[in-house]
Design a protein around this ligand. Structure first.
Ligand code: Q0Z
Length: 297
């Protein structure tokens, strides 16, 4: 299959007939650098989580998903699984419809973190919108906010105002995207909160398929969101990442200068990180990873 796009942690292939095959790897990136050691099950976790939420949100919006069932993938998909053949990609490959992607990242924030906290602490605003005074780092926002950015091919995305997003995609499309993403975030964050995980913010990628706005790409995964352990959330602090905090701590404490190559991850850190991804999936979805495609045994 022809490789269309290779990201830091996943690949996109042309599957013909207006379809794409998205393959999530077990690679992990931290501080924008890909680690040498794969994290077992990470690709299956991210894929299972996205498919779970696409089903949960099906009444809100159509999606690009055709199938995640390995038996329904094009036969050439087996070539991507290495020596294991189809079993090598089972559970981490999805066949999707090609969409006309919106040229914006649809970010929704429920808490003040990252660039949102940076802006607020400097100006008291979030994407130019006034917020109440007195909020701290990691404070919960009065309401989830749609905070779009532009897709930068190199480096980091650039935060833009709602009006700038409307200039890029049209006012009607921007309104629709905001309403869809805020509601999708509310539902996903509520499900996660019930099980001890805060989804501080998340990024949706939307596209148009057959004239309809559709959810594409990853949905409410730890790679497209900030997941925090609810019991460690304290406003005024920067809560740890549910998924990769042990990796970040190791890298921070190693004296590494954040240019490749990164220091190796110990087998313990790899195993703990794998367990955290699986726990995150099982908590936010209420499902077992063992019941997802590609389970061993
Ligand atoms: C997703 C990406 C990946 C690297 C393009 N349904 C769609 N139609 C058209 N384009 C896309 C999709 Cl999902 C699309 N990406 C992000 C995915 C590897 C980058 F697997 N880029």
């Amino acid at each position: 299959m022809t490789l269309v796009h290779s990201g830091k942690v996943r690949e996109l292939y042309d599957a013909g007939e207006g379809r794409l095959l998205m393959v999530a790897s077990d690679r992990l990136s931290a501080f924008d650098v890909v680690m040498a050691e794969p994290i077992p099950e990470k690709g299956r976790v991210l894929t299972a989580m996205t498919v779970h939420f696409l089903h949960e949100l099906a009444d809100l919006a159509p999606s690009h998903l055709i199938t995640a069932d390995p038996a329904e993938l094009p036969p050439e998909a087996a070539e991507l699984g290495g020596d294991a053949g189809l079993a090598g990609v089972a559970g981490r490959a999805v066949l999707v419809r090609r969409a006309e992607m919106l040229p914006i990242e649809c970010v929704v924030r429920g808490y003040l973190a990252g660039s949102g906290w940076k802006e607020y602490s400097a100006t008291g605003t979030l994407h130019g919108m006034a917020l109440p005074a007195g909020l701290e780092q990691a404070s919960r926002l009065p309401e989830p906010m749609f905070t779009p950015s532009t897709k930068a091919s190199e480096g980091h995305d650039l935060n833009i105002s709602f009006d700038e997003a409307a200039d890029l995609v049209g006012k009607e499309m921007a309104d629709k995207a905001r309403d869809l993403c805020v509601e999708a975030y509310r539902r996903g964050a509520a499900a996660a909160q019930r099980n001890g995980i805060i989804v501080a913010d998340t990024k949706f990628e939307l596209g148009v398929i057959d004239g309809e706005l559709a959810l594409c790409d990853e949905v409410l995964t730890p790679d497209s969101s900030r997941f925090w352990p609810a019991e460690q959330w304290r406003p005024g602090t920067n809560p740890p990442a549910f998924d990769k905090q042990p990796v970040r701590d190791l890298l921070e404490n190693s004296g590494w200068d954040k240019t490749p190559p990164p220091p190796p991850l110990s087998p313990d850190i790899v195993a703990e990180t794998s367990a955290r991804y699986i726990e995150a999936y099982e908590k936010v979805s209420g499902r077992r990873l063992a019941d997802w495609y590609g389970a061993s045994g």
